[in-house]
Design a protein around this ligand. Sequence first.
Ligand SMILES: NC(=O)c1ccc[n+]([C@@H]2O[C@H](COP(=O)([O-])OP(=O)(O)OC[C@H]3O[C@@H](n4cnc5c(N)ncnc54)[C@H](O)[C@@H]3O)[C@@H](O)[C@H]2O)c1
Ligand SMILES: [Zn+2]
Length: 370
Amino acid sequence: MTNQHQVKVELAERRYDILIGRNLVSDIGERARALNIRTAFIVTDTNVGALYRAQVTSSLEKAGTHVSVLTLAAGEATKSFEQLERILDAALDAKIERGDCLIALGGGVIGDLTGFAAAILRRGVRFIQIPTSLLAQVDSSVGGKTGINARHGKNLIGAFHQPSLVIADTALIDTLPVREIKAGYAEIVKYGLINDAHFFNWCEKNVHDIFEGGPTREEAVAYSCRAKAAIVGRDEREDGERALLNLGHTFGHALERLTHYDSSRLVHGEGVAIGLCLAFRFSADLGLCSMDDAQRVSHHLHSVGLPTQLADIPGGCGNADDLLEAMYQDKKVKAGALTFILAKGIGDSFIAENIDPAQVKQFLTHALSH
Ligand SMILES: NC(=O)c1ccc[n+]([C@@H]2O[C@H](COP(=O)([O-])OP(=O)(O)OC[C@H]3O[C@@H](n4cnc5c(N)ncnc54)[C@H](O)[C@@H]3O)[C@@H](O)[C@H]2O)c1
Ligand SMILES: [Zn+2]
């Protein structure tokens, strides 16, 4: 039985659908035709391209769409100016015009980069997301944040540019390395921790089936997309509530930076897993949330094999000053003060502005010694 879900992202004239289910990519041609797309430019990476590029291209061509493909190296380093320029040049060579469409076929790296290229090519062309990693299906393909990394830090250059359609084919996760499934799972758990204790309970009970695949995985993806779409629908540009989605990310981004985006040491979702645990432990230290809740979060993430503490990072991550400095490079710094997402408990997170750096340093010094 196929279990198909549709989530609507309600953004007035920029509204779009997220389709979730197994084997959806074989219909991409029909979907593109329904959106009146005659010419498509696919961007993918070496891993995903080798597995799925032929299937996607042939579906599009059968539906009468003219297709070009650019395959980039897999990995976070691809979210760069250099690769952005490659896409823009190649898309212009392929005569992509305003009414045409870029298609991101890959994980969050390809999605963020291709979305940004679509935002600036000819002042904006349409794009379709075909997220192929669990992380991209539950998070990065939804909500329209696109961008690249700068020398100064992650995602510092980018644009809001909503896709025209997101196709989350959960069968593609079958070829995803288990380490990447775990990384995506950290972002799923995040939605429960933000504002939905019931969903966190559900994750604790269903984690095995989510990893195995089948209808439970589809449900987890659909639930996550719905949770993100609801927040984005209320606050597209992160003037307020959307910042909650950064739970775990102020710590996580600093860790990615200090490990030089080296995926052999830490991938984004792993940084988020440690970041979620630190955010809860810091909240407990500040007397905001119970230590029991903080331990429950760590315990659950640890039980699926995710890193949960700084000591879990191979090669370490510097000292408390290095961490604090890396956090200051993050976008979530307002007029020099750190903004954190902290929690009063599982499912009860909030935006905490003006956090005293001395308190953060004390917490980190302690966290580094454990
Ligand atoms: N825009 C947003 O709102 C948002 C949100 C969260 C994360 N992100 C960004 O997303 C990026 C991380 O995304 P990611 O975890 O998908 O990383 P990724 O794109 O590097 O993919 C992870 C790895 O899995 C491989 N892969 C992907 N799909 C596969 C499949 N179906 N089969 C086999 N291999 C496959 C990739 O080639 C890569 O090696 C980060 O740059 C992060 O900043 C953006
Ligand atoms: Zn993330």
